[in-house]
Design a protein around this ligand. Sequence first.
Ligand SMILES: [Zn+2]
Length: 312
Amino acid sequence: MLVSPKLMFENCYGKYGIAAVNVFTMEQVLALFRAGEKASAPFIVQLTPKARNYASPGMVLAMVNAAADLYKDAVFAIHLDHGDESHIKDALDSGGYQSVMIDASHDDFANNVKRTKRIVQNAHELNVCVEAELGVLGGVEDDISIEEKYAKYTNPDEVERFVSETQCDSLAVAVGTSHGAYKFSGNQGLQFDILSEIQDRLPGFPIVLHGGSAVNLQEIKRINNSGGILGEDASGVDPDEVVKSIGYGVVKINIATDTRLLWTRVHREFFRDSPDLFDPVIPGSEYMDAYEEFMVHKFNMFKANGKAKNFN
Ligand SMILES: [Zn+2]
């Protein structure tokens, strides 16, 4: 069942977190819906411009809708992650999205406001929610690459003005997470003092955490033991800190890197252990099983399990 992220955020604020998961392939889409239904947890399916360019926008959206037909008890929303003006226009014109993100966070404040405001006006006419971003996240993901030295925390003094001028529905903040597998290089984790100041200025307003993957070192080691050469200094967000952030107004936690590492680990180990096989269906099924288990664990961790019934 499709549910607006607005309703999800009203329901979960301060109590549990909504996992927002980036999908690129059929296996990821199916396994996400399986996990959502199994845990009875509401979730957000995220499509990035890269995913839309890879499979084609119509194909990737059709996969999500086909999965929704198969898993009728799944409670979910479809969101365009890190949209630019052209992808947002296309998503709004073609329909099927409950929410879009305009990422103008690399612009200065005035331009970010200007670009975000324009998108909000167009999207709200169609009842589509808008996530905006203030502050700059470091790291590498899809077509985004920001060196750590250019990353900057969200300034709490700017958030009220930004939200009131743009009328965005949720706000992605930079409070210590980054994109990709190498978060927190020489860093100290989530900045709860900043999150707390943001919550004081925007009480009840939905806050979004990008770069919410945990980047489990055991997974990195298994990838490297099966032929990978990932840096073992890779690190993600401490899951306990993510859970704690829910009490500070974080409603949506974005996950992409962890499901990619899982894909890499399952396939590397499969081909290392079965060098005589070449059937994509076999590792594909193993990946879906592992993905489902991983996401059920995340839903439980975010205390979202069993919450789908709140939307019936
Ligand atoms: Zn992001």
